[in-house]
Ligand binder design. Structure first.
Ligand code: 3PG
Length: 396
């Protein structure tokens, strides 16, 4: 039976063809929404989504689902804890759309400074106002705070330096001429920044980070750009700060963003002249979409041909393993079973295990991460096995 792949979001045609050439059954349903997925993904092995929400029901109603790929960077639209409970792999495509998001962030900075959207709206409605729109300050020499200097933040930094801005952020020591400030020092970065741009993933630590207190640190008349995730900003606190500090704000993400690709939109931000909102298009350039699609195909190809999951995001980062046992042994039937029997007798849980083989197929090496220590007696028993070449047991 062929491996079944469901692509539940927009995906370039050429890459769908590449997947079909891998001899997979590919179902392309770009219009599916959160509510449709539990039924649609029931019998698939691999689910590919962009921003469509993959909830616990989708994950729990499928017995075959083994891999969910986020064709993009942020995985906050996937219920990772439900995936963890069922052993479903979640992977993403980090860095593939960073340039696109950075380009939009820079575009929004220029837009805010020059009020480009307002000039266009006025022109379209027959108004000419060169006097008003000649009041821009310019970006050169301004202090830019990049909040979150990962793949996207670094691309923003490079472009901002070309604009001759003073760039502040976290972990950007490798970019020449950039002052370094730590994320933990928000109370020091925000008061000096004329422009603040957010490039953080949504995590429990970043949710609601931009609250009343943070806005309190910001300079009056500062520009704020959010092309990351809406939940990082407390929208009510933002609206207050706009009034109190005359902040000018550009958002590519906002509260209650519509799920579909077209339709009506309603937001309290629509009536605030200081706010520009774009349609969550940060990652949506052809270049970025192709790069993301190429990476998605690569992840699927690797998975079906070798079982390896690239960019696997829900692998445990911290395990309960406190000891490492390495057994070098002749690659013969029953050797590992005998070692595992000793470990079982000692009632020790193996957290992780990997058995690799030397060229020629004579000797193999098994590395196990153990929750508790093996006793001297157990190690002695293992060493007595004539098929065991060496044993090492260390605390990790
Ligand atoms: C991402 O996390 O990659 C971006 O938010 C892109 O979202 P999109 O694929 O829905 O445009």
């Amino acid at each position: 039976m062929k491996v079944k792949v469901l692509i539940a979001d927009k995906f370039p045609e050429a890459y769908i063809e590449q997947l079909k050439n891998l001899d997979l059954e590919v179902i392309y349903s770009p219009k599916l929404g959160e509510k449709d997925l539990p039924e649609a993904a029931k019998e698939v092995d691999i689910l590919v989504v962009r921003s469509t929400i993959v909830n616990a029901e989708t994950i729990n109603s499928s017995s075959s689902l083994n891999l969910i790929i986020r064709a993009g960077a942020g995985v906050n639209n996937i219920n990772i804890s439900a995936a963890n409970q069922k052993g479903v792999y979640v992977a993403n495509c980090p860095g593939m759309n960073s340039v696109a998001v950075a380009e939009l962030a820079i575009g929004l900075m220029v837009s805010l400074d020059r009020r480009i959207p307002d000039t266009v709206i006025d022109f379209r409605s027959g108004k000419w106002n060169k006097a008003e729109y000649s009041k821009a300050e310019g970006l050169k020499g301004k202090n830019l705070g990049i909040i979150g200097v990962g793949n996207i933040g670094k691309e923003v930094a490079k472009r901002a330096l070309a604009f001759e801005m003073n760039v502040y952020g976290k972990d950007i020591s490798r970019i020449e001429g950039v002052a370094i400030k730590d994320f933990s020092e928000m109370d020091q970065i925000l008061p000096i920044c004329d422009i603040v741009t957010i490039h953080l993933p949504l995590t429990p630590q970043t949710r609601g980070l931009f609250n009343k207190e943070m806005f309190g640190f910001m300079k009056p008349n500062a520009l704020l750009i959010n092309t990351a995730r809406t939940e990082i900003i407390d929208e009510n606190a933002l609206i207050e700060a706009i009034k109190e500090k005359n902040l000018r704000v550009a958002l590519d993400v906002f509260k209650d963003e519509p799920e579909g690709k077209a339709g009506e939109v309603k937001s309290p931000l629509q009536s605030i002249p200081n706010v520009y909102v774009t349609h969550h298009i940060g990652a949506s350039t052809e270049q970025a979409q192709n790069a993301v699609a190429e990476e998605t195909v690569r992840i699927i190809r690797d998975y079906v041909t070798s079982g390896i999951i690239a960019h696997w995001v829900n692998r445990a980062k911290i395990s309960d393993a406190h000891y490492q046992l390495v057994v070098k042994h002749y690659d013969r039937p029953g050797v590992l079973a005998a070692i595992l029997a000793i470990i079982r007798e000692g009632n020790i849980n193996i957290e992780e295990i990997e058995n690799i083989i030397f060229e020629g197929g004579v000797v193999a090496c098994c590395t196990m991460k153990l929750r508790t220590a093996a006793t001297a007696e157990m190690l002695k028993k293992m060493r007595e096995n004539p098929n065991v070449l060496s044993i090492s047991h260390v605390a990790v």
